[in-house]
Design a protein around this ligand. Structure first.
Ligand SMILES: [Zn+2]
Length: 254
């Protein structure tokens, strides 16, 4: 069974710093085969190109272990659209948005051109949620219903304070997927899996903001069957990302 971290970070930001060497060592220590990596801090907010280049270069060095998502700040307008396309053309496989760090609200029109690029390229959009006023699960559901052809990943499932929005949000938007990092409510995780299927739940660590040990222990507490575990811990995210150029992952191996 492939074990994939659906969301963690790479780079040297002002608040968090992770090198590829440290990340790969952590993954090895916890039996994680692959990880989806995103930029941190100032590379999300302003220095998008620098961040995307670091992610792209690192992923090229470890193509069997790391999958890179691009990040651009929607407020850069056309420049953001161009930078997203440039990053995707370099081999990045998704878009990461963080309304809290990038200073916008999910329901702002400013994000629409980026989602259009995601639709054109057929890539998933990961969006941080759980931070008021602009990064809430139901707001992401609003965006998701406008773009039924794009898959959206609800980062942290509303974190701690907005978990009550998770089920209604996933109910209205069938293209909304839940990512598990930072969620402490195991009952909710179980309910979401039972109601929407394991295919719509994605294991993520948010490393280094959380640890592999904690996030994996949480999964162990859910006491899932091997098949459901296979989806949550790997197949769900790989299915959204798709096989990609020259990548041998067979996600439908059951
Ligand atoms: Zn993140």
């Amino acid at each position: 069974m492939l074990r994939v971290d659906g969301h963690c970070h790479l780079g040297h930001g002002i608040r968090r710093s992770v090198s590829a060497r440290v990340l790969l060592k952590e993954m090895d220590r916890h039996g994680i085969d692959q990880a989806v990596v995103c930029s941190v801090d100032q590379f999300l907010a302003v220095d998008n190109r620098e961040g995307n280049d670091l992610i792209a270069q690192t992923v090229k060095k470890h193509p069997d272990r790391l999958i890179g998502f691009a990040s651009v700040n929607p407020w850069y307008g056309l420049a953001a659209v161009d930078e997203l396309k440039r990053s995707l053309d370099q081999g990045l496989r998704g878009l990461k948005l963080n309304p809290f760090i990038q200073g916008f609200c999910i329901t702002d029109e400013v994000v629409l051109p980026l989602v259009e690029v995601a639709a054109d390229y057929g890539i998933p959009v990961y969006c941080h949620t759980g931070t008021p006023v602009g990064a809430l699960p139901l707001q992401l559901a609003d965006l998701a219903v406008r773009f039924p052809n794009v898959n959206f990943i609800m980062g942290h499932m509303g974190s701690a304070d907005f978990v009550d929005e998770v089920i209604p949000a996933m109910e209205v938007a069938g293209n909304l997927f839940a990512e598990t990092s930072k969620v402490q409510n195991c009952q909710l995780l179980k309910r979401v899996i039972e109601r929407f299927g394991a295919e719509r739940v994605i294991f993520g660590t948010n490393y280094p903001n959380s640890s592999y040990g904690v996030e994996l222990e949480k999964m162990a507490l859910l006491d899932l069957t091997p098949d459901i575990q296979g989806w949550v811990l790997g197949r769900s995210i790989l299915r959204l990302i798709g096989p990609g150029p020259g990548c041998g992952n067979d996600v439908h191996d059951n």
